[in-house]
Design a protein around this ligand. Structure first.
Ligand code: ADE
Length: 515
């Protein structure tokens, strides 16, 4: 009791003393002065009692909870805690409220608190997700970079190849003569002007012509690409546009056409060749004379021949082939050339009834000075239906130039058969056979190599010669030529020159008879 009275008295005394010294007591929790456990602290004049609220992170729930602390704020306090509202920026979820009106006045203060609006710190799972995301992003970036590098390398390789091609082309066919750069006059004028060179128009003229071409309409498609009717200054020309896969055919054909002394009335008239294009695409063009009747194949579908027209056509083809096969000696000489893809689709019908040979994409040249044949670097092979037996059974010596010429003659024999079938016989009622491709009766539309070997080599089958051929002098002769051309033994086949001479003689003989 005495003790209780003493404590009460001591507290009263202290309060009295405090009042006298202008000291105030504040409620404290969390901010009690060091070692003071009784839940109060003292402030002198100018000090403040405070209640502060602060968000505390709960790692278990990964949330923030408000926590209120109480204490004394001496007058000389210079920390973050100042009785001016928020302690630190609001975002951090801290605030303070102060008082000094009476002892323990801060006990009932409720400092303003607003829950934070920012998202909590990411959890471990989030961090794992983030790590995965970053890894994914990094892999994607690396992947895209590699892809772009591969594409760039591919484009560069392609560009280099194109440049190589262009350089090759320019080196091989440099400008040799002063040009009529204004390109006045007609195509035939231009061709005549340059005929002295023997190998076609200068390259710059070819490029200029190619730039000035206006495409009109597509007139044919093949495995090489597409042929268009086009116009150059109002004159009709044919433009063969090669598929990019047929680059080697374009090279070879362009090269062959520009061989000296290639120009001949029965070889398709070459005008210009050009490669157009940017980095990503190239267009290989070949500009030639246009023949409105189209190919012999197309012509024979709808037109019958008579012995005269047959003779004209057949001897013109033989003449073109003979020119091609013949080497011309001299400084401006011409090498011997074998075609290797003779067929009715590669022969065009001219307005004067003669024909001309086209498509030299597979041709081979004979270089007599070095006794070598210049085989094109080309995957392409001839048309299976027209392949000679020695090509089919692979017995041909591909290094022998003669062998290629003789194989051309086998194909010519089949073309002559196609033409002869369409030639009429009979005085009163003229009759002919419908158009058919060779071996139409024994193989399918697109025969395999094996099909052709079976028929041509193993069975030694050849197209049937109609009986009615025996009734006409011209057809009697063409029948003989046909059979001598498609003979199984290459050594006994006729040469193009022999065929040409035989047909010319027949022509004069029939003319004499008519007269
Ligand atoms: N088809 C293929 N080449 C041709 C040409 N030069 N003229 C007409 N038609 C063709």
């Amino acid at each position: 009791m005495k003790n209780g009275q003493t404590t009460m008295t001591r507290r009263k005394n202290r309060l009295m003393r405090a009042k006298k010294q202008n000291v105030r007591r504040c409620y404290c929790e969390g901010h009690c002065p060091h070692g003071q456990m009784n839940g109060t602290c003292e402030i002198k004049h100018g000090g403040q009692c405070f209640a502060a609220v602060e968000e505390v992170h709960d790692p278990d729930t990964n949330t923030y909870e408000p926590e209120v602390t109480y204490g004394c704020l001496p007058a000389d306090e210079r920390g973050l805690m100042q009785c001016k509202g928020y302690l630190v920026p609001h975002l951090h979820g801290k605030s303070i409220e102060c008082c000094d009106s009476e002892d323990l006045c801060n006990q009932f203060l409720k400092p303003h608190y607003e829950a934070r609006t920012t998202t909590p710190e990411p959890s471990i799972l989030d961090q794992v997700d983030n790590t995965m995301f970053v890894t994914l992003l990094a892999s994607l970036t690396v992947g895209i970079t590699i892809f772009l590098l591969v594409i760039t390398a591919f484009c560069l390789r392609r560009r280099r190849k194109e440049n190589r091609n262009k350089n090759y082309y320019t080196k091989k066919y440099p400008d040799k003569m002063p040009l009529d750069v204004t390109l006045n006059g007609t195509l035939s004028n231009l061709m005549e002007q340059s005929s002295g060179s023997g190998s076609g128009l200068p390259i710059l003229v070819q490029r200029t012509i190619s730039k000035q071409i206006q495409m009109v309409q597509s007139v044919g498609k093949g495995r090489y690409g597409e042929v268009w009717l086009a116009k150059w200054r109002g004159e009709k020309v044919a433009v063969k546009v090669f598929f990019t896969t047929e680059e080697q055919s374009w090279f070879r054909e362009t090269e062959i056409y520009q061989t000296v002394l290639m120009r001949h009335e029965n070889i398709l008239g070459f005008i210009a060749a050009d490669i157009k294009g940017t980095g990503s695409w190239t267009q290989m063009l070949l500009i030639t004379d246009f023949h409105e009747h189209g190919s012999l194949f197309d012509y024979l579908q709808t037109n019958a021949l008579n012995p005269n027209s047959l003779l004209t056509m057949a001897s013109s083809i033989a003449s073109g082939l003979s020119h091609l096969h013949t080497e011309i000696f001299g400084t401006q000489g011409k090498p011997a050339i074998a075609h290797r893809d003779i067929k009715s689709k590669n022969i065009l019908v001219k307005r004067n009834g003669e024909c001309c040979i086209a498509d030299f994409g597979l041709a081979v040249k004979y270089l007599s000075d070095v006794n070598e044949i210049d085989v094109p670097p080309n995957e392409r092979s001839g048309t299976k239906r027209y392949m000679a037996p020695e090509i089919l059974d692979k017995s041909i010596n591909i290094n022998s130039f003669e062998a290629h010429k003789i194989a051309d003659m086998y194909s010519f024999g089949l073309v002559l058969w196609e033409m002869s079938r369409r030639c009429t016989t009979g005085d009163k009622i003229a009759e002919c056979d419908p158009y058919e491709v060779p071996y139409y009766d024994v193989v399918t539309n697109d025969p395999s190599f094996e099909d052709m070997v079976q028929v041509v080599c193993l069975e030694r089958y050849r197209p049937r010669i109609p009986k009615r051929f025996e009734t006409d002098d011209v057809l009697i002769t063409t029948s003989k030529i046909i059979q001598e051309c498609w003979h199984n033994n290459p050594a006994v086949r006729l040469t193009a020159l022999r065929v040409k001479k035989t047909l010319s003689k027949l022509d004069t003989d029939t003319t004499i008879k008519i007269v």
